[in-house]
Ligand binder design. Structure first.
Ligand SMILES: [Fe+2]
Length: 447
């Protein structure tokens, strides 16, 4: 027995000292092991995904008491659930009895949770309600009020304008401090609604990637790849435009896909901005989303609600991807978020969720869904281009011919002001910034 305990303890001990972890990230390159080593993935689950604020879901997905959403934080199964007092809780999806996963459905509504194994029931805030045939506990020290028998609450939960994040760690900064300047992207998306409110529509579009989660995250503000990786969509859409009858409107599908074939100069001009904790965004006034045609009635509904000046201010901001490290990325101008759910060192689930701008013409939502089908879906013209490259990296990084992955493009040509550092759009700045955060999390600030 003692031997077994020792064995378990040995297996869980970190295989990396802080010095060894720090050595994996240099100023201009990272060691391939950050993508390949299962031991590092385990440490990431503890030191990054177990500490940072991780996106859980949107309050509109749990509108009424009893509504729940089942998801994961890192690899921890959790439920986001609205209780009878109207509070949004995030609880571990684990029975306080034998540890079975209590809820199997991705979402639904319940008055109480009941474990399918032995029938223990739990209130909507996770507290134990009842155990069947309880006389069996009469002569034991079983105390139903003891919190150990509940479905446990996640350490910290905070919401910003309906977006619910949780941290598995009781210690740390609050959500707003964590998000910093990325808060403005969430504000911008919500303020694009005439009612200053958004809601999730339908379920997510899931897409499993055969790669490490960090490859997806690096790609978000990697503007060196579209003109190469997505070259075919540029060619195809240019051909469609050429064949249009004179004066014909450009189809909205072309409008959405075409910018993915933009030039190095276009993306350089957009610029990339990074901040503490690994967050980043591209663009500002301009992005690949800023040249969309106006949808009839939308501008009028915004001006009626917010006035012209405020409307122009809101719609004049067009960030590309805003990446909130490590779990969340948002396109404010398209009303889409993508959420990272790491599964294994070489497997990652990406969930795309779509939002309705309350009070806006329904055509706005149609554009959001169309965008997702054309760009994010596993059957789209753009997403699989990226996926193929991630899978190639995941495969060939195993080659012993080289150890390092390069990230030095435009290094030393950044400019910092007010906590934000900016560079040309095709810089590797956002990647270098992510690995600075990775290193801080992984070494717990003690390099
Ligand atoms: Fe891409």
């Amino acid at each position: 027995m003692r031997q077994n305990s020792t064995l378990i303890a040995t297996q869980r001990a970190p295989a990396y000292s802080n010095t060894a972890l720090a050595a994996l990230v240099e100023e201009n390159r990272v060691h391939r092991d950050v993508y390949l080593d299962p031991a590092l993935f385990e440490l990431e689950m503890e030191r990054i995904w177990g500490k940072a604020w991780i996106y859980v879901g949107h309050e509109s997905q749990v509108k009424n008491p009893g509504d729940y959403l089942s998801t994961t934080i890192g690899r921890e199964p959790v439920l986001m659930v609205r209780d009878n007092r109207g509070e949004v809780n995030v609880i571990y999806n684990r029975c306080g009895h034998k540890g079975a996963k209590v809820v199997a459905k991705p979402c639904g509504s319940a008055t109480m949770f009941r474990c399918p194994y032995h029938g223990w029931t739990f209130h909507l805030d996770g507290k134990l309600n009842a155990t069947p045939h309880k006389c069996g506990y009469d002569d034991t020290d079983f105390d139903p009020e003891d919190p150990q028998f509940s479905m446990q609450k996640v350490a910290r939960v905070e919401s910003y304008r309906g977006f619910v994040f949780a941290s598995l760690s009781a210690q740390g900064e609050d959500l707003k401090t964590f998000m910093g300047a990325t808060l403005e992207t969430i504000d911008n998306m919500v303020d694009r609604s005439p009612q200053s409110e958004v809601e999730v529509v339908g379920t997510c579009l899931p897409y499993f990637h055969d790669c490490n989660w960090k490859m997806f995250f690096e790609n978000l503000n990697d503007a060196q790849h579209p003109m190469v990786c997505h070259a075919s969509v540029g060619v195809a859409t240019r051909r469609v435009v050429k064949q249009l009858p004179q004066g014909a409107a450009v189809p909205k599908e072309v409008e959405i896909i075409y910018p993915f074939g933009s030039s190095y100069e276009f993306f350089d001009e957009l610029g990339v901005s990074v901040m503490a904790r690994g967050h980043s965004f591209m663009g500002g006034r301009q992005s690949i989303h800023s040249a969309y045609a106006e949808i009839p009635g939308y501008m009028d509904s915004m001006i009626a609600a917010h006035g012209r000046e405020r409307t122009e201010q809101v719609l004049g901001s067009n960030r590309h991807n805003t990446a909130i490290y490590p779990s969340f990325t948002i396109k404010d101008a398209v009303q889409i978020i993508r959420v990272v759910r790491p599964v294994a060192v070489d497997k990652t689930l990406i969930q795309t969720w779509h939002f309705r701008l309350k009070g806006a013409p329904e055509e706005m939502l149609h554009r959001t869904i169309t965008y997702s089908r054309l760009i994010n879906s596993p059957a789209s013209m753009v997403g699989p281009d990226d996926w193929d490259c991630y899978a190639r990296m995941q495969e060939s990084l195993h080659s012993d011919s080289a150890e390092w992955v390069d990230m030095r493009r435009y290094i030393g040509r950044e400019q910092s002001e007010g906590g934000i550092t900016r560079a040309s759009g095709t810089s590797d700045l956002s990647m270098r910034n992510q690995y600075r955060a990775w290193s801080d999390y992984m070494t717990q600030g003690q390099q």
